[in-house]
Design a protein around this ligand. Structure first.
Ligand code: DGL
Length: 266
């Protein structure tokens, strides 16, 4: 059981921001990554569609005999995880709760900004999770629909990205936030631009770091942390075009991505 892989999924390359931290913190673990690129962006999809995608991907990951699942997508973590975790036969965790926890921990003035997909903002999950920690905190959320397509197409900076980030964040920066949660796993790949615009008085939160700490805790509690220090295996699957995931993915996390295979689940 200990040497079995970890399952990870997202709508696309965004989940690789979680993989990056996983590789750093748990270099001996094997994993199976699924990018649902035929359905990206998730941020515009309905709850029913998102539930179907999550269920199909979880079945696929279970067929690969994963020992635990990381939902490396804030949209699915916010909308489908509360339902699917009830029936998932293995430990499963998302990025939204750890992200909220980290934001609540680092804020000094209690004003927290959240940038995320439209679906995540509509779900109110970050507000609910942060307010569950301290109801006095004020949360200012904004949807940034143009950012995911940019990252998916390999655009991580430049004028267009800067203008979009400026436009989206202006109203929440005006509220005097001191903490900004990148509430979509695609956004950490734009962190240099976001942090430049937010300024050095604002702490950027990438939920991935806290998520991987929670994963380590879960693996430990279940006695399934891999203690065999041989190099882990890394498998990457997508529902859409494998070449574009391969190209953009390697720009983001390098040659850890050796091969990408297309497997359609519907
Ligand atoms: N990266 C995902 C998230 O964290 C999904 C983004 C999308 O496909 O719209 O929400």
């Amino acid at each position: 059981m200990k040497t079995k892989p970890i399952g990870i999924f997202d709508s696309g390359v965004g989940g690789l921001s979680v993989v990056k931290i996983l590789l750093d913190r748990l270099p001996f673990e094997s994993f199976v990554f699924y990018g649902d690129t035929a359905h990206v962006p998730y941020g515009t999809k309905s709850r029913d569609e998102l539930c179907t995608y999550s269920k199909d991907i979880i079945s696929f990951l279970l067929s690969r005999e994963v020992k635990t699942i990381v939902v490396a997508c804030n949209t699915s973590s916010s909308i489908t995880l509360p339902e699917i975790e009830k029936t998932c036969p293995i430990p499963i965790l998302g990025v939204a709760k750890p992200g909220a926890r980290e934001a609540a921990r680092v804020t000094r003035n209690g004003k927290i900004g959240v940038i995320a997909t439209q679906a995540t903002v509509n779900s109110g999950s970050f507000s609910a999770n942060i307010k569950a920690i301290d109801s006095d905190y004020e949360i200012f959320s904004v949807a940034c629909p143009r950012l995911v397509p940019m990252v998916e197409s390999g655009v991580f900076g430049g004028l267009e990205t800067r203008q979009a980030v400026e436009e989206y964040t202006a109203p929440i920066l005006r509220q005097g936030i001191d903490t900004l949660v990148m509430g979509c796993t695609h956004y950490p790949f734009l962190a240099p631009v976001i942090s430049d615009i937010a300024g050095n008085r604002v702490t950027l939160v990438d939920p991935a770091a806290e998520t991987i700490e929670e994963l380590i805790e879960i693996l430990g509690q279940n006695n399934i942390l891999n203690d065999n220090h041989a190099a882990g295996t890394r498998e990457f699957y997508v529902s859409g075009n494998e070449d574009s995931f391969y190209k953009v993915g390697r720009l983001l996390i390098g040659d850890v991505i050796q091969k990408v295979e297309q497997i359609k689940l519907d």
